[in-house]
Design a protein around this ligand. Structure first.
Ligand SMILES: CC(C)(COP(=O)(O)OP(=O)(O)OC[C@H]1O[C@@H](n2cnc3c(N)ncnc32)[C@H](O)[C@@H]1OP(=O)(O)O)[C@@H](O)C(=O)NCCC(=O)NCCS
Length: 186
């Protein structure tokens, strides 16, 4: 698995992955109404392009050979798969992405439901934190979902209380988590 910076031609794959991660990946964790509200405002490609090109956004990819595409059927559909010439036969399949702000807030962490529980999010998060640290960021925050909370906890984030986020009329329970520069992981 390779982790690299998000590019404009990832936008189709990332938007599709986001929708699948919320609607399918999180369906056991939140009521349907909350999932629809969570996914809906952010599904346009323009949203991802405008928002993520200026921020530190990283994607996790694997080579898109026939076997991989069969294994991760439905994952990473779109942009990157269309660049077979540049990225080898079949291009790449995007398995996950994360977005971190320069102030240390991890705004997004999503893994395609076809690829969960194999360390994709943990590796993306570690990569993003390292990148931010190398640019001088020392403290980190996030509003973790029920599913991502253990991933952040393993990276050293500590819970600081729950927040009810209102999105499009629905309410989503998240946990504010903080990682300080002097925190010890474990
Ligand atoms: C949360 C999420 C990013 C984790 O991605 P991942 O690549 O599976 O994460 P990792 O493999 O690094 O870590 C796996 C851990 O995440 C949690 N997890 C992941 N998928 C889960 C699921 N379906 N049910 C319960 N816990 C889950 C578990 O704690 C798991 O550890 P375990 O397998 O030892 O029990 C992914 O499940 C996802 O995108 N979920 C839907 C959207 C979401 O909640 N995003 C977070 C927004 S802050």
């Amino acid at each position: 698995m390779k982790i690299r910076r998000f590019r404009a031609d990832d936008v189709t794959a990332v938007a599709a992955l986001y929708g699948r991660a919320v609607r399918i990946g999180a369906r056991h964790a939140y009521p349907r109404k909350a999932l629809i509200a969570w996914a809906a405002p952010r599904l346009s490609k323009r949203f991802f392009r405008n928002r993520m090109l200026p921020t530190w956004t990283f994607v996790a990819t694997v080579p898109g050979d026939a076997e991989t595409r069969k294994r991760f059927r439905g994952a990473g559909q779109g942009g990157t798969l269309g660049h077979g010439g540049r990225h080898g036969q079949g291009g790449e399949v995007v398995l996950g992405f994360t977005e971190i702000m320069q102030d240390g807030h991890v705004r997004m962490l999503f893994t395609d439901p076809a690829a969960t529980r194999s360390g994709v999010a943990s590796r993306l998060l570690a990569h993003a934190l390292d990148h931010a640290r190398s640019h001088g960021t020392t403290s980190f925050t996030t509003d973790a979902s029920r599913l991502s909370r253990p991933v952040f906890a393993r990276a050293g984030f500590r819970p600081m209380g729950h927040r009810l986020r209102g999105i499009s009329g629905a309410r989503l329970l998240t946990t504010r988590m903080v990682l300080r520069g002097d925190s010890v992981v474990g």
